[in-house]
Design a protein around this ligand. Structure first.
Ligand SMILES: [Zn+2]
Length: 156
């Protein structure tokens, strides 16, 4: 049996504000979003197109210097409806987080699916399916963040 501490404790949270420099690759990617473009990068060794753009291929460990504007439509690979709020969320629930394979790319892009009523999980399950086609819908007010894409919405 685990021995318990013989003193009282208090549970609290610690917030650690920090900044991360984007560097040239993320700068290009996020500047692209401001202009309604999604940039990926192509590994010259394995020929995979990675999105978001990366400075190196995590499979081949080679530097990547070229950027490719990728398609804004893709296929839903998997998704989850989130109804509960927790620290650090990109938006207020309910929302759908999804892995989306943008057309012509070789990795999944993590973003949101939206543009319809998310309040009833049963209706969401009827509406959202793996394999469905979606396209990026842009926010009017762009700040150079991943949320410049408001969400991906089903293609009619
Ligand atoms: Zn590679």
């Amino acid at each position: 049996m685990e021995k318990r501490a013989e003193y009282d404790v208090i549970t609290d949270e610690v917030a650690i504000p920090y900044e991360v420099a984007y560097g040239p690759t993320w700068t290009r990617f996020f500047e692209g979003l401001k202009n309604e473009k999604i940039y990926g990068s192509k590994c010259e060794k394995c020929n995979r197109i990675l999105v978001p753009a990366r400075s190196y291929c995590p499979r081949c460990f080679v530097e990547i210097k070229n950027f490719i504007e990728v398609d804004q439509e893709g296929t839903v690979i998997s998704w989850v409806l989130t109804e509960y709020e927790y620290f650090g969320m990109p938006t207020k629930p309910p929302f759908i987080g999804a892995l989306i394979r943008l057309d012509g790319t070789d990795v999944n892009f993590l973003h949101l699916i939206g543009g319809f009523d998310l309040s009833d999980p049963d209706n969401v399950r009827k509406r959202v399916k793996n394999g469905m086609k979606v396209k990026a819908l842009w926010n009017d007010d762009k700040k150079g963040t991943i949320m410049d894409i408001k969400y991906f919405t089903p293609v009619k």
